[in-house]
Design a protein around this ligand. Structure first.
Ligand code: PLP
Length: 427
């Protein structure tokens, strides 16, 4: 993309330090734990990211689904401004009540169909954390506790079935069962109690079940693992096995929930309801960190008592204010339906590009959760070219270009995306 003259422009963003200095400071003072693309984003609004020169990039990554309602959605941003100006935004100890947390939890748990209906029609309860991985760990605690308390598995012997190419975050417990060497090499000792089987292979799951199996942790569609949908019937198969063997079935919808795949919750595609659900990323509209573990009220009351869990910032007012506004935006603006509609239009156009491209192996996905797998296996080569054309995308599992823009895109945006993909994928 041609850079515009930087003199006499109006200021954009937090500071005016030049890009060169940002690169230098970041490399000097920050950990080198991301292979970053060479752009400094100074402003994020709707679908668009802007650099210091005013160059715009359509964001096809949306922070891995965190920015589902579009960056800095005015309604969510205003709710945060009101909270800050009204002096109810500061972190408040979780030993007292706040109306913000209460109202957020009410809205969230009522939005979700009865989780774990086999435990009875008790409603849902939620437990708030910050980053997604924290709520995944809350779910793991729940499944282990269920195994011990209800199934009588000796404490310390509980096992969870997990899947190849899973991604549940980067902290010790979850990297311990990652299939990816780079996530865990050198970080031992790793956490025991996880048995990994092939994603999509229901026979392998059945074989892995033993007397110590307490639950199953699965992504209903895999994001970081290559943008895969499991074979039809797989989730139903997991539900049947969980019912038959009394296993606590947890769906991690941190990336694929909240409208991303064209339904509010990914599990609605197959009408299979889990016993525990993990949400994050878009839960606060992408403005502040917020994640939650949600389960049947009876199960939440079984596992968690004062002292058995907690978090300083988990469910703090600013996050919950954003959460209430984000859920209102998601439902009020019909973003799941929009994702289904726009996703179908985009997918059709991408299929057409793929049919004329010698680079594309496969296009797959649902709603605005679409992957373009390239034959060379190196998707970043194409992502770098796309950046120069004003489009931000990155790879999933090395081989797949991830197309997951904010859910508010329209047909003009789809044309913008496709024109650029055409340029890099069709010779
Ligand atoms: C399915 C899934 N689970 C968990 C996580 C971890 O979330 P966080 O990075 O907020 O800890 C992610 C992040 O990409 C994810 O995609």
């Amino acid at each position: 993309m041609t850079k515009t003259n930087t003199i006499n422009r109006s200021p954009i963003g937090f500071s005016q330090i030049p890009d060169k200095q940002v690169f230098e400071y970041d490399r000097t003072y920050g950990a080198n734990h991301y292979g970053r693309l060479e752009v400094v984003v100074r402003k994020a609004e709707g679908l668009w990211l802007t650099d210091v020169d005013g160059n715009k990039y359509l964001d096809c990554l949306a922070a891995y689904s965190a920015a589902n309602p579009g960056h800095c959605h005015p309604r969510i941003a205003q709710a945060l401004i009101d909270a800050l100006q009204g002096n109810f935004a500061s972190v408040i100890s979780n030993v007292v009540y706040t109306d913000t947390r209460t109202l957020f939890l009410k809205k969230l748990t009522e939005l979700i169909p009865q989780i774990g209906p086999r435990f009875g029609d008790h409603g849902n309860k939620g437990l708030c954390k910050n980053g997604g991985v924290e709520s995944v760990e809350t779910a793991i605690k729940m499944a282990r506790y269920y195994g011990w308390k209800v199934k009588g598995i000796p404490d310390g012997k509980q096992e969870l079935i997990v899947f190849s190419n899973n991604f549940h975050g980067r902290m010790i417990a979850v990297v311990s069962f990652s299939s990816s060497k780079k996530y865990k090499e050198g970080f031992g000792p790793l956490t025991p109690g996880f048995v990994s089987v092939e994603y999509g292979n229901i026979d392998a799951v059945e074989k892995a079940i033993n007397k110590n199996t307490c639950g199953i942790l699965v992504e209903p569609m895999q994001g970081e693992g290559g943008m895969y949908q499991p074979p039809k019937g797989f989730l139903k198969g997991l539900r049947d096995l969980s019912d038959k063997n009394d296993l606590f079935l947890v769906f991690d919808e941190i990336q694929v929930g909240l409208g991303r795949t064209g339904k509010m919750f990914c599990f609605e595609h197959e009408d299979v309801v889990p016993d525990g659900l993990v949400l994050g990323k878009a839960l606060s509209g992408g403005l502040v960190p917020l994640s939650a573990f949600v389960t049947n009220s009876k199960m939440m009351d079984l596992a968690f008592h004062p002292g058995s869990d907690g978090s300083t910032f988990g469910g703090y007012p600013l996050a919950c204010v954003a959460g209430v506004a984000a859920l209102d935006v998601l439902t009020g603006e019909g973003l799941a339906g929009r994702s289904a509609k726009m996703g179908a239009i985009l997918k059709k156009k991408l299929d057409d590009i793929a049919s004329r491209s010698s680079h594309v192996k496969e296009v797959r996905g649902k709603g605005l959760f679409i992957g373009i797998e390239v034959k060379s296996g190196d998707a970043m080569v194409y992502c770098r070219k796309l950046l120069d054309l004003g489009l931000l995308a990155n790879d999933s599992y090395g081989h797949t270009i991830r197309i997951s823009p904010p859910l508010v895109l329209d047909e003009n945006d789809i044309n913008y995306i496709c024109e650029r993909l055409e340029k890099v994928l069709v010779d």
